[in-house]
Structures are given as C-alpha cells and as structure tokens.
Design a protein around this ligand. Structure first.
Ligand code: FES
Length: 126
C-alpha cells in the first residue's frame, strides 16, 4: 500500500483513496469547505514528493483562478496512487473553524477526467 506522509504523520493508504480523506485519516483536520467540489481551495496542499503529473480540469481551472497553479494542489481532486509527502495549508486549527466542511464523498467530484497540464493549458490559454 502507498505511504502518505502529511505534516510529518505517515500512514498506509489504499491506492485510489481520495487524498483529502487520506489526510483526515492521518489525523490532520484539513479544510474542505466546499465539500470537495474544487471550488473553495481550502483543501490545498503543497506536495513535496510523489506529485501526480495529471490533474482534473476542475482543479486546473480553480488553481489558476486562485493564483496557486504550480505551487499547490487540491487534495479533493487527487487520489493516492503511490507514496506521497505533503504539507497541509488550511486546517480547522489554524483557521479557527468550527468544522472542516461537509462530509466528503469517497469519489472525486465534479468530474474525474484527468489530463496532463500541457493539454489543459492549451485548452484554457491565458
Ligand atoms: S474541498 Fe473545496 S476545493 Fe477541495
């Protein structure tokens, strides 16, 4: 099983697990304020090792709108495929939220089609 290390906490995660859910299982109360629909960016992470090269169209568009493309990934749009090491950014504790957000569906929403970044940049110039 892949090993996921988030904020120095490491755990085995079944391949195919939505990354936000894996992070929560590791005990990190990461935000997912839009319910995992690629709208809020509170689930953003910095991936130090094991970053997937492809991404969903929804993740690409939202990261670019937020000025986060190239520096962050949206954990709600990723599934664990191999070992990863990453840092959370917005948590219940550091944002002083009462909760992290609506419960997440185990499947990536809104649309799990994945593309390489060059394809997405060609589709969405500028
Ligand atoms: S949970 Fe809102 S963008 Fe990921």
């Amino acid at each position: 099983m892949p090993l996921v290390t988030v904020d120095e906490k490491t755990m085995d995660v079944a391949a195919g697990t939505r990354l936000t859910i894996a992070i929560e299982r590791a005990g990190v109360e990461i935000g997912h304020r839009c319910g995992g629909k690629a709208r809020c960016t509170t689930c953003r992470v910095v991936v130090h090792e094991g970053e997937p090269s492809d991404m969903t169209r929804a993740e690409f568009v939202r990261l670019r709108e937020a000025g986060l493309l190239g520096s962050h990934r949206l954990s709600c749009q990723l599934v664990v495929e191999g070992d990863m090491r990453l840092s959370s950014v917005m948590t219940k504790q550091n944002q002083e939220w009462l909760d992290t957000g609506p419960q997440l569906d185990p499947d990536v929403k809104p649309e799990p089609d994945r593309f390489d970044r060059a394809t997405l940049e060609a589709e969405h110039p500028g």
